[in-house]
Write a protein that binds this ligand. Structure first.
Ligand code: ADP
Ligand code: MG
Length: 428
């Protein structure tokens, strides 16, 4: 495809790999006919907020599901369609979207709500960016809603990152408290199902809401999602089997469509960097490894050294042992040995247990309670949600931990005999 060069051949460029790379950008919202396998979810979200299009009060809804299961996409898609349908019935319906991982306080969220309402209307009053409190932003919100809208759909994405739930309470009580006549429908989105319990503690019955759960995609859905974006690449650049492999890898991990698309893009960039004319299965494999290590590093970036050592300990148990799951006690014993390697004082077993639980919350490990019978009591079994190799690499990227044995080093000490009591100090 010819590209814009401004007529100067010096800037003429032909991308041998990508044609419409924007189709692979994270924030890209695909057309309706590129959305795959979410018909039921679209229907369900529509059923909750759809009353707005008939001039009736909507339900609030919370959407839970792992990352890359289409929560943000489907919410925006349905909200926009509801807005159009409302318009057809002469109902002024606004759509507001806030990413609470950025706007993570009540002030930031209300400021963004007020500003995007202003943007969508002729509202004349100045809304200060700083120096004013939450109350003032609410004032603007209520008055714009009152002046310009019959209804509004508010999408609060990654709502678990919000430091309190006042916004939810204010929005759900607004009509009752006579702040505004507009109907307000909230779509809350959380990647963490655990947030559900926190939410119940935080809010009262005025935020009556339905709950929806989005499930990970299977390999065939991921394939179709990527097929629908194949035109991001130049013709014949993707080798046979690459999309299948990419889908299989993403399905095996988390059924995460975002990861699948990212891997595809990363593989394309890799191919372009090394001057390859096509994207091969090997490029996909490499891209997937890099992506996974980056993901883990990102997830654990805020974690303490002990949390990282705990993860490393579990990974090393899995690499050198024969099982996929280990008890807290076993991980702890390994962890103590590892602390010696990096000359760090170990924390207590109970402390380590809490670190492991924290990691489970981050989605890096899974912990499962196992009943040990009446007399034995129950205990937790921990497993990694990813390849232990990637954990080792990600943890060793922390400069204070780069002395830890590499994956290959751990492999070497792994006895095929299944001897799990390796003296970790032996390869320091
Ligand atoms: N059903 C789908 N059909 C097509 N693309 C999808 C689908 N679900 C997700 N995607 C794409 O995958 C990426 C992640 O989706 P997103 O909605 O951001 O997931 P979540 O909010 O659950 O983390 C986006 O680029 C999105 O366009
Ligand atoms: Mg999202």
């Amino acid at each position: 495809m010819a590209e814009q060069t401004g007529g100067d051949p010096l800037f003429e460029s032909h991308d041998p790999i990508f044609d419409r790379k924007e189709l692979l950008h994270v924030g890209h919202v695909p057309d309706e006919d590129r959305i795959v396998g979410r018909d039921d979810e679209i229907q369900s979200v529509a059923a909750e907020v759809g009353a707005i299009t008939r001039g009736d009060p909507p339900n609030n809804v919370m959407i839970y599901g792992k990352t890359g299961t289409g929560k943000s996409l489907i919410s925006r898609h349905v909200a926009t369609r509801a807005q159009d349908a409302a318009q057809g019935n002469d109902i002024d319906c606004g759509v507001l979207y806030v990413d609470c991982s950025e706007a993570n306080t009540e002030t930031r969220t209300t400021r963004q709500l007020a500003l995007s309402l202003k943007e969508q209307t002729e509202y004349q009053q100045n809304i200060p960016l700083r120096g004013v409190g939450t109350m003032e932003y609410y004032q603007h919100i209520w008055s714009i809603l009152g002046d310009c809208f019959d209804a509004v759909i508010v999408i609060l994405d990654e709502i678990d990152k919000l430091d309190n739930s006042n916004v939810l309470m204010q929005l759900s009580r607004a009509r009752e408290a006579r702040k505004t006549d507009a109907y307000i429908g909230v779509i809350g989105i959380s990647n963490k199902v655990q947030y559900r319990e926190t939410l119940d503690e935080r809010i009262d019955s005025s935020f009556g809401h339905r709950e929806l759960f989005f499930h990970p995609y299977d390999a065939s859905q991921l394939r179709e999602i990527m097929r629908n974006r194949e035109d991001a690449f130049q013709p014949a650049v993707l080798e046979d089997g690459t999309i299948e492999l990419c889908a299989a890898l993403a399905a095996k991990k988390h059924g995460d469509a975002r990861k699948a698309i990212e891997i595809l893009k990363e593989a394309g960039e890799l191919a372009r960097r090394i001057g390859s004319e096509t994207v091969s299965e090997d490029h996909i494999q490499q891209a997937q490894e890099v992506a996974e290590i980056n993901r883990i590093e990102e997830l654990t970036s805020g974690a303490t050294v002990h949390a990282k050592l705990a993860l490393y300990a579990l990974a090393s148990c899995i690499i050198t042992g024969e099982r996929e799951t280990y008890k807290t006690r076993e991980v702890y014993e390994r962890y103590v040995g590892i602390c010696e390697l990096v000359a760090t004082d170990p924390i207590t077993e109970n402390g380590l247990y809490r670190q492991l639980k924290e990691q489970a919350f981050l989605g890096v490990i899974e912990s499962e309670k196992t009943g040990g019978g009446r007399s034995q009591g129950s205990y937790l079994l921990h497993r990694l949600v990813t390849d232990p190799k990637h954990i080792v690499k990600a943890v060793r990227r922390d400069t204070s931990l780069e002395e830890l044995p590499t994956y290959d080093r751990l492999r070497e000490t792994s006895p095929s005999t299944g001897n799990r009591d390796i003296d970790l100090t032996s390869f320091s």
